[in-house]
Design a protein around this ligand. Sequence first.
Ligand code: RB5
Length: 152
Amino acid sequence: MIALGCDHGGINLKKAVIDYLDKNNIEYVDYGCYSEDSVDYPIYAYKVATAVAKGEFEKGILCCGTGIGISIAANKVKGIRAAVVSNEFGAEMTRRHNNANILCMGGRVTTEADAVKFADIFLNTPFSSDEERHTRRVQMLSDIENGCFEVN
Ligand code: RB5
């Protein structure tokens, strides 16, 4: 189950992702927004990120104009690793290496066709949990978040 959200700058990408999810029988909840009227992206980032952080969804996808603002907001929620992606390699690596749980994209910088490609890669690529260096690094992200990261 996937959580979706966007602001007005990302609504077209979100619609393209919804079309892809529907065609592939992937369940989702759409937390809005639902029109091109100007809205505040932190609201939608917060709704999706808190739902993902609580474990209600396996992953989330957020879209705004650049993908940047909505990713910054999502990353303020504990447990969230939100990644702005603008190419296929990034979509793959942020799953394999960062165990990203939210994909962020920008409707003013990414085409709908590319957004669907990135979403497909993101949703189908596993974390490299068998490679110790990646689990160690992702644990470090949590330690930073929890204020217990120690650098020698
Ligand atoms: C909205 O105009 C725009 O600022 C927003 O979609 C996003 O790009 C922010 O990072």
